[in-house]
Design a protein around this ligand. Structure first.
Ligand code: AMP
Ligand code: GLY
Length: 425
């Protein structure tokens, strides 16, 4: 088979790495890819949002299956376009991707179908939103409705802070039309967990539990990022809790989407918070998480390709997934300043050395090639991902590998997996 992966970050590097190991696969392409991906697949210079370009490429090269990484391509309708042309593609349609593309849609769906989530109100009018603030308890959370590159969520401790963010989003339109509406919601406390599942719209195949670390600095301090590291499985998620998440969140959301005439296929990612009264949904994403996918694929024993194909062919009921018993862990090495302004173009050293390590994969997230050298080219630069017999071993391997890697201003969290370590002790 010939497979095309769309995207060029750490998630896509992990997908390419896993898919290229399948005995069913002869050739893997990645658009646009990155220098790490280029070592194991053929990178094609087409942007992930260039749906026409990707479609024409897949047609010309007789691609058997396309797998989509980033949400923008899904929300722009790449799956619809490929299916209209009878090309196989793994992902959700434009209508189904609204679950990620619009927080108002997702929250309204959850309320209508009894899926546990924070209490909320939607506002289209800034005056009314501000009036509501005078009646609220703080902290509370303000979310821009549309996609805002992961920056549209604000935890506000005071009414003044809330009013400032409302001005930014609704009056000054810092996120453009994504800020035409806002969700104002109750603040929830508890540990965050990501549960992903593959679905053909009828059957759900849940993946193992993962915990991301969203804040930029140790101890969950600093601004939220795309994710600074992750590990899997998460001891907090007992079998019973995993089952309750499937029964009360994942199955109902797939059912709800069907009822709303937005049948859902591909991967559904539930961002959850485990509160004292049980798991509640913070958000749904219509794509594989990053860095979640790096740790999940490191642990997955099964061939991913037949699973993706059965989701596309509506035969997922016959599929299963086997996992390695150990723990996988990923530490993200980021550019100094990320998630705010950062410089790029710094040479990365140590990649040759870490390549020789066993049970270590250094997935490239934001890298590029300059004068024959691999340099930094994004906020999140590398995902140093390991597999160990337990959390401690995986953690030691990751931090050991990081010591061998360097670039100017490299920043990473030193406490990835820390919450699970403390729970065990
Ligand atoms: P979201 O994009 O909706 O997942 O929000 C991004 C991040 O903001 C989450 O990963 C949480 O860390 C935080 N967050 C969002 N909603 C809430 C909430 N209702 N209570 C507490 N934290 C939240
Ligand atoms: N790691 C968070 C995300 O993929 O949205």
């Amino acid at each position: 088979m010939k497979i095309l992966i769309v995207g060029g970050g750490g998630r896509e590097h992990a997908l390419v790495w896993k898919i290229a190991q399948s005995p069913m696969v002869k050739k893997v392409f990645c658009a646009p890819g990155n220098p790490g991906i280029a070592e194991i697949a053929e990178c094609v210079d087409i942007d992930a949002e260039n749906i026409d370009g990707l479609y024409n490429f897949a047609l010309k090269h007789k691609i058997d299956l396309t797998v989509v990484g980033p949400e923008d391509a899904l929300i722009a309708g790449i799956v619809d376009r490929f299916r209209e042309g009878h090309l196989q593609i793994f992902g959700s349609t434009k209508r189904a991707s609204a679950i990620e593309g619009s927080k108002v849609f997702a929250k309204t769906l959850m309320r209508k179908h009894g899926i546990p989530t924070a209490d909320f109100k939607v506002f289209e009018d800034i005056k009314q939103a501000k009036k509501h603030m005078t009646t609220c308890e703080f902290p509370l959370v303000i979310k821009a409705d549309g996609l805002a590159k992961g920056k549209g969520v604000f935890i506000c401790k005071t009414p003044e802070e809330a009013n400032k963010h409302l001005d930014d989003i609704m009056r000054d339109k810092i996120f453009g039309h994504a800020g035409d509406r806002v969700v104002v919601e109750e603040f929830l406390s508890g540990e965050e967990v990501s549960i992903l599942a593959i679905t053909d719209g009828n059957t759900l195949l849940p993946l193992s539990s993962v915990q991301d670390h969203k804040a930029a600095y140790d101890g969950d301090k600093g601004p939220n990022t795309g994710g600074m590291g992750a590990y899997s499985p998460v001891p907090l998620i007992t079998e019973q809790l995993q089952f309750s998440i499937e029964e009360n969140i994942l199955v109902p959301v797939i059912h709800a989407m069907k009822r709303e005439n937005r049948p859902y296929t591909g991967v559904i990612y539930a961002g959850l918070i485990i509160t004292s009264t049980g798991p509640k949904v913070l958000e749904f994403n219509a794509r594989f998480g990053d860095p979640e996918t790096q740790v999940l694929l490191m642990r997955m024993k099964s061939d991913l390709v037949p699973i993706l194909l059965s989701a596309e062919k509506n035969t997922l009921e016959n599929a299963g997934i086997e996992w390695n018993d150990g723990t996988s862990l990923c530490v993200v090495m980021a550019s100094k300043g990320y998630p705010d302004l950062y410089e790029k173009g710094f040479p990365i050293s140590g990649l040759e050395t870490t390549r020789k390590l066993t049970h270590v994969q250094v997935f490239h997230a934001g890298t590029s090639m300059k004068d024959g050298k691999i340099v930094t080219n994004g906020g999140r630069v590398l995902g140093v991902t390991t597999l160990g017999k337990d959390l401690q071993e995986a953690q030691q391997a990751a931090y050991g590998a990081i010591e061998k890697l360097s670039f100017a201003g490299a920043h990473y969290r030193r406490d990835i997996g820390g919450k699970a370590m403390h729970r065990k002790n």
